[in-house]
Design a protein. Sequence first.
Length: 144
Amino acid sequence: MPKWRQNLHTIAFGVMCLLFEGFGLFAWNFLFPAGEARPAKGLLLSGLAFFAIAGLGIGTQVWFWRRIVKEFSYDGSALRFRTLGTAEMQTQELSEIADLREWQGRGGPLGYRIGFRDGKKIYLQYGVSNSVAAAEQIRRDLRV
């Protein structure tokens, strides 16, 4: 993945986490308002809902961040990849790949979704160098 795209993902990740943190701080003010001994029941429920939304939003961002491939290699028997959220190189044998599908977004195809037999999925964007050729090679090798 080109460095500019990695930086774009990093900035988007940071902005989304800050946005959801803002929800969390907003919820904190509902849960513990200044000057009042105890918040009203409606404010307490609203605050808890905002706090849950913030936690879920940040968790979803981290979950997705750990599945976007930033670099990979495929040698015909094993797929080695590194995601945006992990520093170490991970290896999956060809026999562990359960499916390879087109990854669709709202604006159309974004790349490939690779599913493994253990249920894990990774997302390989078209912007990652040689992704199309490697995906086609994996598809051919899976059919053999």
